[in-house]
Design a protein around this ligand. Structure first.
Ligand SMILES: O=C(O)c1ccccc1NCC(=O)[C@H](O)[C@H](O)COP(=O)(O)O
Length: 267
């Protein structure tokens, strides 16, 4: 029996999630309503995703993103070709969207990327059910996204489930209250999203502000600045603060993914 097979089911309060994000997580919850929540046997945790983000210098997590609620269609990327182009451009990890309705993602996109690149891959989805983490591990991902704005107090439980499955977790926050929850949950990797996922507004001051707050609180984990970056100059705001940046739309829509990744990171 796994560490969590005999645990009480974790209840999520998705009615508390407003706006665009609320619609997406309700759809995902319906997708997984009948899924088996059992995680199965524990898998060894390699911390591969965390390790690449801890390398010296700002690490790039480049995202395979074909569409989004804020942009509509971005580019008809072939996921593995895109991931290989990002890797050639210096990306240290690849984020792959698997959400189908709003991001044109698929499970096969993640499997293809995992099978074809040497860098670790993140399952980028709206995790609302343990089965989504089990799938991420089965599909070969090194990490999965956990959103505090969705999981709230259940973040620590989902973090424990991810670790049980051998996955790292990118625990995403957008404001001080969410950051404090992520810190209390003991998240080894915290991502600060500049995009407000209820309104889709971007404010590039959010990442520096919350990253400073985490460091001031003595946090020694990995900090990732996420969303809205279009140029190396914009990245200067977090270059000496963050361990990594997560960039999707500007790279995916560039037409030359390798060049765009190099230009962004000035390599
Ligand atoms: O990107 C969106 O429009 C979006 C809408 C609703 C929920 C999530 C959304 N995006 C997820 C992300 O945070 C980004 O894919 C990721 O951080 C990269 O952002 P960007 O570089 O701005 O594409």
């Amino acid at each position: 029996m796994s560490a969590r097979d005999d645990a009480a089911p974790v209840t999520l309060h998705l009615d508390r999630v407003p706006g665009v994000l609320g619609r997406i997580v309700h759809e995902r919850a319906a997708d997984y309503a009948g899924a088996d929540p059992a995680l199965g046997a524990a898998r060894p945790r390699t911390r591969r995703f965390e390790a690449v983000l801890r390398q010296p210098g700002l690490s790039l997590i480049a995202e395979v993103k074909r569409a989004s609620p804020s942009q509509g269609a971005i580019a008809p990327l072939e996921p593995l070709d895109a991931a290989l182009a990002y890797q050639a451009g210096g990306a240290r990890a690849i984020s792959v969207l698997t959400e189908p309705r709003h991001f044109d993602g698929t499970p096969q996109a993640l499997r293809d990327v995992v099978g074809g690149v040497t860098v670790p891959a993140l399952r980028k989805d709206f995790v609302v059910h343990p089965a989504m983490l089990r799938e991420a591990a089965e599909w070969g991902a090194s990490a999965a996204l956990l959103m505090v704005s969705v999981l709230h107090e259940a973040t620590a439980d989902y973090l424990q489930m991810a670790h049980h499955l051998g996955l790292d977790a990118l625990v995403e926050v957008h404001d001080e209250r969410e950051l404090d929850l992520a810190l209390a949950a003991g998240a080894p990797i915290i991502g600060v999203n500049n995009r407000d996922l209820t309104t889709l507004n971007i404010d590039l001051e959010v990442s520096p502000r919350l990253i400073r707050r985490a460091r001031d609180a003595g946090y020694g984990g990995v900090l990732v600045a996420e969303s809205g970056y279009r140029s190396a100059a914009e990245l200067d705001r977090v270059r000496d603060l963050a361990d990594a940046v997560l960039v999707g739309s500007s790279l995916a829509g560039s037409g030359d993914l390798t060049r765009a990744a190099r230009d962004l990171m000035r390599v």
